[in-house]
Design a binder for this molecule. Structure first.
Ligand code: BES
Ligand code: ZN
Ligand code: ZN
Length: 491
């Protein structure tokens, strides 16, 4: 896909498609809003039914003049970065429906945003809506074109300074978000630990290296928890460590750690029907980290990061680990298995302890589809984060705000710590009380970090949508790629 900046006064050819953003206030004075040369639109057509409401969209085709799209923005005072992304996403969706391969967006000036900001948000929404996971659909249109058309080029009339640079950045970060969706949507049959490790390994970018610890290495290192979860699987586990050095003089590193459960059957505590079908998405944390590190390297950001991905399946077999078993973690702590479906925290515990002890970063952030409880708490559109560090919490909060990858902080209070106690081991992987599952999951993880500032983001709801919402499609959303890329900039 191409994003191309245009400046000066907008001019169009007859085969073009021109798209305009219209607020509720401006919908009443459309003739003043559109550039000269578009009088054919309001002269020939009654536009009074178009009110400029957010999510309102109008397509007006012409034979020998440019087709016109009007996309509503709602009331001026309510316009936010997300309304800009969603409004431009609607233009993309409409163009795809009409099988257009190109569109020209004309950006207005906004009171509450600079031209640079509005170009960024509008271009993001346009790209993030230009996605379809259709590789397994064999049916084509009569002319052999694919069933689901995508835009090839999007042009932007903007007064923003450095506009092409802004668009180039959008394209890097958002293309990686789309690739992240592809990896998550891919079936577990293909997308296993071996495939994800090779996806990381094959990246050839300046400053980026990747090492893979295989089953033998994990045995040597005594990563008892990753190995326990992997016991029921035919496919070996892996711990992938990506390293990007963009600031060689600086010794400071931030580590991202992502849950990479390539399929979560629940194990002996087997998931019931209705809960297992989507569990190929349980590697969404790892996928977000892979593509965030790739974005950071492609943008050549002046930072140092690790991307750590513990990878395995959680399967049911004669060899599966059992409820009641006890395993020794990499950290030395023993863990009683209260429930084999609470496996994410086990593989993360080993990965986090290893990250702190061996990689010694200054900050650790983990991203995980850890608990169904987070969906009960915050729904599908907001992730939960918990942190032992105020600075890190603030970086997450403001980066969430900036990117629209929404999140909300949950508390650690000392009384939660007691709930993970075991009578026969150092700690249990499940809580003695049923409620507050997202917090107690995080409490378990916390006990494997000694002193490094750390935050945990539970993305079980946000990584995968049960329906399309704005610029995010049904199924994999790519949540976290933009958030982590922004966090690293803030840090
Ligand atoms: N992968 C699941 C969490 C999940 C649920 C992700 C729904 C996406 C959608 C996780 O491994 C899990 O099964 N968690 C259990 C923990 C419980 C056994 C303590 C849960 O949330 O029920
Ligand atoms: Zn599970
Ligand atoms: Zn899981």
């Amino acid at each position: 896909m191409k994003l191309i900046s245009k400046s000066g006064s907008a001019s169009f050819k007859k085969d073009d498609t021109a798209a305009f953003f219209i607020t509720e206030e401006d919908s009443r004075i459309i003739s003043k809003i559109l550039p000269e040369g578009f009088s054919y639109l309001y002269d020939s057509i009654d536009l009074s039914h178009f009110k400029g409401k957010s999510s309102e969209i109008l397509f007006i085709p012409f034979k020998d003049k440019p087709d016109v799209i009007l996309s509503g923005l709602g009331k001026k005072k309510d316009i936010a970065s997300e309304s800009l992304r969603n409004s431009s996403a609607n233009i993309t969706y409409l163009c795809r429906e009409k099988s257009k391969s190109e569109v020209i967006l004309v950006l207005p000036d906004f009171e509450n945003f600079t031209s640079e900001q509005s170009l960024k948000y509008i271009s993001e929404g346009a790209v993030l809506a230009n996605y379809s996971f259709n590789k397994y659909i064999t049916k084509k249109n009569d002319d052999d074109s694919p069933k689901d058309m995508l835009l090839k080029s999007i042009f932007f009339y903007t007064s923003a300074r450095n506009s092409q640079k802004i668009l180039d950045e959008t394209l890097v970060i958002c293309s990686n978000t789309l690739l992240c969706r592809d990896l998550i949507n891919e079936t577990s049959d293909k997308c296993d630990s071996v495939m994800i490790a090779s996806e990381a390994k094959k990246l050839k970018l300046k400053g980026l290296t990747c090492s893979i610890l295989g089953k033998k290495d994990l045995e040597k290192l005594n990563m008892g928890l990753i190995l326990a979860v992997n016991k029921g699987s035919k496919i070996p586990p892996a711990l992938v460590v990506m390293k990007y050095v963009g600031d060689p003089k600086n010794k400071k590193f931030t580590a991202f750690v992502g849950k990479g459960l390539t399929f979560d059957s629940g194990g002996m505590n087997l998931k019931p029907s209705g809960h297992m079908e989507t569990m190929r998405m349980d590697m969404s944390g790892a996928a977000a980290i892979l593509f965030a590190v790739k974005s950071i390297a492609e943008l050549k950001l002046n930072v140092n990061v690790y991307g750590v991905m513990p990878l395995t399946e959680n399967m049911l077999s004669n060899d599966s680990y059992r409820p009641g078993d006890i395993f020794k973690s990499y950290s030395g702590k023993t863990v009683e298995i209260g429930n084999t479906d609470a496996e994410g925290r086990l593989i993360l515990a080993d990965a986090l302890a290893y990250t702190e002890k061996v990689l010694k970063p200054n900050f650790i952030i983990d991203l995980a589809t850890l608990t169904g409880a987070v969906i009960t708490t915050l729904g599908e559109t907001v992730a939960a984060y918990l942190s032992t560090n105020e600075d890190l919490s603030e970086y997450i909060r403001i980066s969430s705000e900036e990117t629209g990858d929404k999140s909300w902080r949950l508390p650690f209070y000392p009384d939660f710590d007691d709930r993970m106690k075991s009578d026969i081991a150092d700690i249990s992987n499940v809580s003695s009380e049923k409620n507050a599952g997202t917090i107690t999951g995080a409490v378990f993880l916390k006990s494997f970090i000694t002193s490094t500032p750390w935050a945990h983001i539970d993305i079980a709801g946000t990584a995968w949508y049960s329906k399309k919402r704005g610029y995010r499609p049904k199924n994999a959303t790519g949540y976290g790629v933009r958030l982590l890329t922004e966090i690293i900039r803030k840090i």
